[in-house]
Design a protein around this ligand. Sequence first.
Ligand code: ZN
Length: 118
Amino acid sequence: MHELSIALSMVEMAAEEAARRGAQVSAIHLKLGKFAGVVKDALLFSYDVACQGTTLEGSRLIIEEMPVVVYCPTCQAETMPVSIQRLCCCVCDTPTSQIVTGKELEVVALELEGEIEV
Ligand SMILES: [Zn+2]
């Protein structure tokens, strides 16, 4: 499963970071675009699986969903597509493939507990 490999690498990265700071991860904040090709519920489920037996067990994955915004060459502006399946400007219906946001899959913050101040 695609989501599981993403979750595993995220947990691994967070565990390393926490170990380096001598802290426990309590939550991971993730930005997830609707166009990232990742199913939110599947990712949340995979996260729990990935955390089992690691120092992240019991931590939370907090997902901020990012809307899809495209650039329309006709309007010369950022606009919303008609739908995720049909990337056309919702104002003038010009097809566009220039995605401005919506493909994000990035960890934006780690919440740590018991962090040792350096
Ligand atoms: Zn347009």
